[in-house]
Write a protein of this length. Structure first.
Length: 94
């Protein structure tokens, strides 16, 4: 499994996200696998970095079609990025 070490480092052999073991996240949520776990701070940092690199030359835009989860889109927008949506349905997700 190829897991980005910055967002999901191992602590004592256990995958974690923001200092919490993924096993604990699943147990608290009562979730069965598969489950989606996002590092919103990591997503925001990546969006901030991309937006900064592009600067005034253009707009860093996130394709809502890739993942329209509201929390993800809100974090990306908060970092100065825009969105790219091709349908009314995608716009309603934001």
């Amino acid at each position: 499994m190829n897991v980005p070490s910055q967002s999901f480092p191992r602590s004592e052999g256990v995958l974690t996200c923001q200092g919490v073991s993924l096993e604990q996240v699943l147990a608290q949520a009562g979730a069965q696998t598969p489950a989606y776990v996002y590092d919103l701070d990591g997503i925001a940092a990546a969006a901030r970095s991309l937006s900064s690199e592009i600067g005034a030359a253009g707009l860093c835009a996130y394709a809502v079609k890739a993942n329209g989860a509201g929390a993800i889109v809100r974090h990306i927008l908060a970092e100065g990025c825009g969105i790219e949506a091709v349908s009314g349905g995608e716009l309603r997700q934001v």
